[in-house]
Design a binder for this molecule. Structure first.
Ligand code: NOJ
Length: 691
């Protein structure tokens, strides 16, 4: 018999239920549970000095099953990397994986063995604060990144550290919260759920994610936390997920507020019946499962299945063999030089150049530069919406890095606060703008303006900053705008009037150094947007892979241009690229065959640089309407000035499949259009026929 089966055979009902219980605090009540061996996991406890005694205590109980210790390590543990939305713009899958591997080692060195990440929710609404935590709007790119993040978190290649499992979240459709209001209802067709929201989850599970968190939201009338269709039928039976499911924070209990459970007991019964293994923090399982099972003996099987899954995960994590974290492990692990260097590279590759009239990179001749804006000196906001154990003291602010350029004569003034005016500072900012050759405006959002429950009804720059920028513009027209934010910002006026615009997100510890490298040309910008940036909030939702209407040429609004401000996949360089000669090795193919697509890319500028080549498809006639464009492949390559590289992509016909009326992928006969280009708007095209 395997160890998990052995254990379960000798466990009392209370001990079994305990495995399904997770708490985020350690008070007397939880301590008693530990002593009795009646709790399976905790979250939000850090450090070997706190976790080891807990593990020892439970191992001395009559039910010696070690604890899972979970934590939200979203974009770094102590070395803080760019927020996931920013880093997705690198399209650098290996780099993303590396950042997750590092975060996982740092967290493991402090006793954590379950990381509540990656967040793989597709987000099409930048009002939603949690857009910061994901990889943008595209299911294909989102899936590639989901796999990389799971691989990184679960690499577990350091034998001296505890093993870690990923907990992929939030299953499912959480990113589609109505109005971008966090926790809100989602109402969508099964087709949209499967075509858009499911692929990154499927990918993460295929990559071996050990656990999954269910979402807070109601899905078509039933909250996910008690939704048997989603958890039992889709996740367990169809996707064959054998890992552990975790509720979101008190989300089972919240089914009472959703109006679908009478009380805590009813909520607990529905959660267990639907297949949620661990109840995070609400205590409804702890209080009620014993009496529920006495009254409904059929449910004991559900309980046993959940316990077995949890024990198997613990076994996989090696916890039965070693449950102690070396108390000195963190000294060797935390913020190693190579980790900080990776944070710098990640930050550089996350910065998207949105506009440049030639002012960038900054010329090296001596210049007077006014640095204005509330984020120039900020060391807190770059830590992003999940700063974890990050420390503002480790953050290199923009000004700290920029002041190291001896050739510039730098004047500094905030001009306003992030969300409020400062008239005296504004006067000083206007004065330094008038004395300078150019202005760098460092503006945007603080880190608590995105992330969980930090939604905005307007995604423009906060008003005091917008007004300050307009005032400065009347004084000095040479403005480089550096936008730090947790979401895309609608910058229509800024795009029209600024000399250059950099989307610098919340970049983590190395924020200032990375922005400085890009501004001064030490690095060539190479990131590309993974979300469409609208011109105004009213255009939301706006995403590149939308479906056609019956009247494609009709305008959508009478008061704003039909186009987006910056398309998905867009990002400028200090060099330029020319795409040509898009061809396939065959024009006609049968189902099951593959086709190779080639494209030539020439670096027509003067600098060596990275380019992210994007391949899209469109099926003009199908049984079901298809997106007008859909990313199917990409490559990030370095090209020398004047050099032409030929890139090659091979696709099986499965790439072009549609979900049929039973939601099974089906290859249809007919024409497929294939596109290649530097973003989702500027593309060259060829076609193939499937016979
Ligand atoms: C609520 C959030 O939705 C989830 O992402 C997080 O993992 C849990 N709280 C635990 O902190």
């Amino acid at each position: 018999m395997q160890r998990p089966e052995q254990f379960i055979a000798s466990m009392s009902i209370k001990e079994k239920i305990g495995q399904l219980v997770q708490f985020g605090k350690l008070k007397e009540e939880q301590d008693t549970l530990v002593k009795n061996g009646e709790i399976g996991s905790f979250l939000n406890i850090h450090g070997a000095e706190k976790i080891n005694p807990l593990q020892q205590k439970i191992m001395q109980s009559k039910n010696p099953v070690p604890l899972i210790i979970g934590d939200d390590v979203i974009h770094g543990y102590k070395t803080i990397f760019p927020i996931p939305l920013a880093l997705s713009c690198s399209w650098n899958i290996r780099l993303i994986e590396k950042t997750c591997e590092i975060s996982s080692y740092e967290a493991a060195s402090e006793g954590i063995n379950m990381i509540f990440a990656p967040m793989v929710d597709i987000a099409r609404d930048p009002r939603w604060g949690r857009i910061a935590e994901g990889s943008g709007e595209d299911p294909f790119l989102g899936s590639e990144i989901a796999k990389a993040r799971v691989r990184g978190i679960q690499k577990n290649a350091n034998p001296n550290l505890p093993k870690v499992t990923a907990c992929v979240k939030h299953f499912i459709s959480y990113g589609a919260a109505e109005g971008g209001r966090d926790y809100n209802t989602t109402d969508m067709s099964e087709r949209t759920m499967r075509e858009v929201y499911l692929p990154p989850f499927r990918a993460a599970l295929e990559e071996g994610a050990g656990s999954l968190m269910v979402a807070f939201n109601d899905f078509n009338g039933t909250p996910v936390s008690i939704n048997s269709f989603l958890i039992t039928r889709l996740l367990r039976q169809e996707l064959n997920f054998e890992g552990v499911t975790v509720s979101d924070w008190e989300s089972i209990e919240e089914c009472i507020n959703h109006g679908v459970a009478v009380d805590r007991k009813d909520a607990a019964m529905k959660g267990l019946s639907a297949g949620v293994d661990i109840d995070m923090n609400s205590g409804v399982y702890l209080e009620n499962l014993e009496s529920i099972i006495t009254q409904n003996p059929d449910l004991e099987e559900k309980l046993d299945q959940a316990v077995l899954r949890i024990l198997r995960l613990k076994e996989k994590l090696g916890l039965f063999d070693s449950f102690i974290t070396d108390p000195s492990a963190h000294l060797k692990e935390i913020r190693k030089d190579e980790y900080v260097q990776t944070a710098r590279q990640a930050a550089v590759e996350s910065i998207v150049l949105l506009k440049n009239n030639g002012i960038l990179p900054l010329k090296r001749n001596k210049k007077k530069i006014a640095v204005i804006g509330p984020l120039a000196e900020d060391t807190c906001s770059p830590l992003g919406c999940w700063p974890c154990k990050g420390n503002p003291d480790n953050v290199v602010s923009f000004i700290k890095a920029f002041q190291k350029n001896p050739e510039y004569d730098i004047l500094l003034e905030k001009g306003c606060e992030i969300n409020s005016e400062d008239p005296a500072s504004s006067v000083r900012a206007e004065s330094i703008a008038s004395q300078s050759d150019l202005v760098i405006a460092v503006m945007g959002e603080s880190n608590n303006m995105s992330g969980e429950n930090n939604n905005r009804s307007s995604i423009e720059l906060p008003k005091p900053q917008r007004e300050l920028l307009k005032k400065i513009y009347t004084i000095n027209k040479n403005i480089i705008l550096v936008v730090m934010s947790g979401r895309p910002i609608a910058l229509e006026w800024e795009d029209e009037h600024m000399a250059a615009v950099l989307q610098a997100w919340h970049l983590g510890d190395e924020s200032g150094n990375a922005i400085n490298e890009i501004l001064t040309g030490l690095a060539v910008p190479n990131a590309k947007l993974t979300v469409t940036v609208p011109r105004s909030t009213g255009q939301i939702p706006m995403y590149y892979n939308h479906k056609n209407t019956g009247r494609p040429s009709f305008r959508h609004y009478i008061d704003v241009a039909d186009s987006e401000l910056y398309p998905f996949g867009f990002g400028m360089s200090y060099t330029s690229f020319e795409y040509s000669n898009l061809r396939t090795d065959k024009k006609v193919l049968q189902e099951g065959e593959s086709v190779t697509l080639k494209v030539d890319i020439k670096n027509t500028g003067k600098l060596q640089a990275y380019e992210i080549c994007q391949i899209y498809m469109h099926d003009p006639v199908s049984e079901f309407s298809r997106p007008v464009k859909q990313l199917v492949a990409f490559k990030k390559i370095s090209i020398l000035p004047g050099e032409t590289q030929t890139l090659s992509f091979t696709f099986s016909t499965d790439t072009f499949a549609v979900l049929n009326s039973q939601y099974l992928p089906t290859v249809e006969k007919g024409t497929i259009e294939l596109f290649a280009g530097t973003n989702s708007r500027d593309l060259i095209k060829t076609t193939i026929e499937i016979l």
